[in-house]
Design a protein around this ligand. Structure first.
Ligand code: UDP
Length: 240
């Protein structure tokens, strides 16, 4: 019999870096296929899956802070549209794995994606479709982490699976400090106090207030997403 997932509904936050080769930018078909394969495995278990897609492989608004040509506010809107590019790619890659999907956007782009309407998103999830959420919150000066916290709460998920390139949360950057320790479990208060950079502070605040736990794990390691869903001890669990 197939393994039993410990969650019924999760929100997966895929940062833009899941769409490109490590240290590079843009889109890599190989990386997109890899992430789609892992995601498809989880979806086949019958777990209800909403995915918030980032755009950092293309553009982060904050990088244009101080530009004399493009206003920072504009840059954030550019960043949000970047997530649409990734979302379209992910949709095709997942459907290539025979996973039914719907692409939903906060900023209207009717020819590409459905508008995000909470009740419609819930009905897609109930009908076994993977819901891919793009253009973040639709508002500048936050990131897709905040969108993940917001949509996670709205769609009543049990946990946010935050896929990153490190295998959890460390007391210091592990590549710089060999004595950095990896936490298995953290409270939101610890994250706030020590300013541990796992998501932006708005997102952490929102998760804390809503008691929405976050599992930070390394997505590059094949099978990790599945391990997370089966409740195996990987990454760092952030909760109350
Ligand atoms: N962004 C925004 N509002 C949102 C979500 C995203 O303004 O609600 C912009 C912001 O500039 C951000 C960029 O879009 O830097 C890309 O998203 P993000 O940095 O979250 O991508 P990731 O780090 O996950 O690849």
């Amino acid at each position: 019999s197939p393994p039993t997932p410990v969650f019924r509904r999760v929100l997966l936050k895929l940062s833009g870096e899941s769409f490109c080769k490590p240290g590079e930018g843009g889109l890599s078909e190989e990386e997109i296929s890899r992430i789609a394969r892992q995601t498809a495995q989880v979806a086949r278990l019958g777990v209800s899956l909403a995915i918030v897609v980032g755009g950092g492989n293309i553009l982060r608004g904050a990088t244009l802070r101080g530009s004399k040509v493009i206003r920072e506010t504009t840059a954030h809107y550019m960043g949000m549209t970047a997530t649409m590019i990734n979302g379209l790619a992910l949709q095709d890659a997942l459907e290539g794995q025979s996973i039914p999907t719907r692409l939903m956007t906060t900023i209207r782009m009717d020819e590409c994606a459905e508008p995000f309407i909470r009740r419609r998103a819930l009905s897609h999830l109930e009908n076994g479709r993977v819901v891919i959420l793009v253009t973040g919150t639709g508002s500048p000066y936050v990131t897709t982490d905040t969108a993940a916290a917001l949509r996670g709460k709205e769609l009543e998920v049990e946990v946010i699976l935050k896929a990153t390139k490190v295998d959890g949360v460390y007391s210091a950057p592990p590549e710089k400090n060999p004595h950095a320790i990896r936490y298995d479990h953290l409270t939101f208060e610890q994250v706030m106090q020590d300013q541990l950079k796992i998501m932006d502070m708005t997102a952490i605040g929102m998760c804390l207030e809503n008691k929405l736990p976050i599992l930070v794990f390394d997505f590059k390691k094949e099978g990790n997403m599945m391990r997370a869903i089966l409740g195996e001890p990987i990454g760092t669990w952030v909760g109350s």
